[in-house]
Write a protein of this length. Structure first.
Length: 158
C-alpha cells in the first residue's frame, strides 16, 4: 500500500485519485489560513514553482483542528490562498488529521512516519510529509520547518 491507493476531494469537491501523481515527488501539508505559520504558503508556492517542471507537486490539506485556525468553507479557503498567496499547487477539501475523524490518508501518513517521542499525531498546522516518486513516505517535517529548507531533500528525490 502507498498513497496512490487513496482518493481525496479537491478544494472544489471533485474526487481526485492520488494515483494521478504517480512519478512525482510530493509534499503533503496540512494548512490553515489563520495560523502564525500561514506565511509558509509563500514558501510552498515558491517550491512548487521552482520544481514543478521536474515532476514535483505540493498538496495542501486544510484542517480546522488546531485552535480553529481554518474556519472558512472550501470556497473561502480557495479564495484566500489564491488572492493572498497566489497559490497554484493543488488544494484539497478541509479534513481532520487527528482523532477518530482523521482522514484515512493522514492515518496512513502518521503510521508510516510517526512524530517525536512516539507521538504519531500531527502537532500543528503545516506539518509536512515528503513522498517519493513511487508513493512512499520518505520524511516528516515539523510545522516550524520552513519550506525552503526542504530543497535539498526534494532535489535528492527528483
Amino acid at each position: 500500500m502507498n498513497i496512490y491507493d487513496f482518493s481525496m476531494l479537491n478544494i472544489d469537491g471533485k474526487e481526485v485519485p492520488l494515483s494521478k501523481y504517480k512519478g512525482r515527488v510530493l509534499l503533503i501539508v496540512n494548512v490553515a489560513s489563520e495560523c502564525g505559520l500561514t506565511y509558509q504558503y509563500e514558501g510552498l508556492e515558491k517550491l512548487f514553482q521552482k520544481y514543478e517542471k521536474k515532476e514535483f507537486m505540493v498538496l495542501g490539506f486544510p484542517s480546522n483542528q488546531f485552535s480553529k485556525q481554518e474556519p472558512g468553507t472550501n470556497k473561502e479557503i480557495k479564495f484566500f490562498c489564491t488572492s493572498k498567496y497566489d497559490v497554484h499547487f493543488d488544494m484539497f477539501s478541509k479534513i481532520e488529521v487527528n482523532g477518530d475523524g482523521a482522514d484515512s490518508l493522514y492515518k496512513y501518513l502518521k503510521k508510516k512516519k510517526g512524530g517525536i517521542l512516539w507521538f504519531d499525531s500531527i502537532k500543528w498546522n503545516f506539518t509536512k510529509f515528503l513522498i517519493d516518486k513511487e508513493g512512499n513516505v520518505i520524511e516528516r517535517f515539523s510545522p516550524s520547518t520552513n519550506p525552503h529548507k526542504l530543497e535539498e531533500d526534494i532535489e535528492k528525490l527528483l
